[in-house]
Write a protein of this length. Structure first.
Length: 186
């Protein structure tokens, strides 16, 4: 399985202009700083929904694709069909581990929300790896988005799962939570 980032639609300039509209200010000309982007993402203000990123997984297991399709808000999915009349293969003979292609168009808010569930240690390892591949593909292009996409225990500051993995009791967790919270009140 591998993933490719197919591009970004919308711009941080547009996000900043919309943010200015919401606070009764005129559009600016200065490009938003990395710190401003991070604050907008952490605050999860509505203009971040203008940032749309397109990704495509190649050779992803069908059952992993099913996990990802469950996310519906702020994301569109296109999964390669397994219909017998389109593929020439009897669908009844395909397993849940059959490989498919899965393309998404997702906004920044949805990326934060999906990360909370799919980066959790309670998520299936293969699904976690598929979502991590998405995040890794934007790490250099959109580092601010990458840095705010964290599992729920980091996002909330505690674990609420019925059957916790125990990660929230580790020193690694404490350090990661501290790093995530850096810059929140600047």
């Amino acid at each position: 399985m591998y993933v490719k980032c197919l591009g970004l639609k919308g711009s941080w300039r547009e996000v900043a202009d919309s943010a200015n509209t919401t606070v009764n200010k005129e559009a600016g000309i200065k490009e938003p700083s990395s710190q401003w982007k991070r604050r907008m993402l952490l605050c999860e203000h509505s203009p971040i929904r203008q940032l749309l990123i397109k990704f495509k997984w190649y050779e992803i297991k069908y059952w992993v694709s099913v996990h990802l399709v469950r996310h519906k808000i702020g994301i569109e999915h296109w999964v390669r069909t397994q219909r017998s009349d389109r593929t020439g293969v009897d669908r009844e003979n395909l397993s849940q581990s059959s490989l498919v292609e899965h393309e998404i168009l997702v906004n920044a808010q949805a990326m934060i929300n999906i990360s909370r569930k799919r980066l959790c240690n309670q998520a299936a390892k293969e699904t976690r790896e598929a979502w991590l591949a998405v995040l890794d593909s934007i790490k250099d292009k959109e580092p601010e988005i990458y840095k705010v996409c964290v599992p729920d225990c980091i996002y909330r500051g505690w674990c609420y799962e019925y059957k916790s993995c125990g990660y929230h009791k580790t020193s690694e967790y404490a350090e990661r939570l501290k790093k995530y919270r850096e810059g929140i009140n600047e």
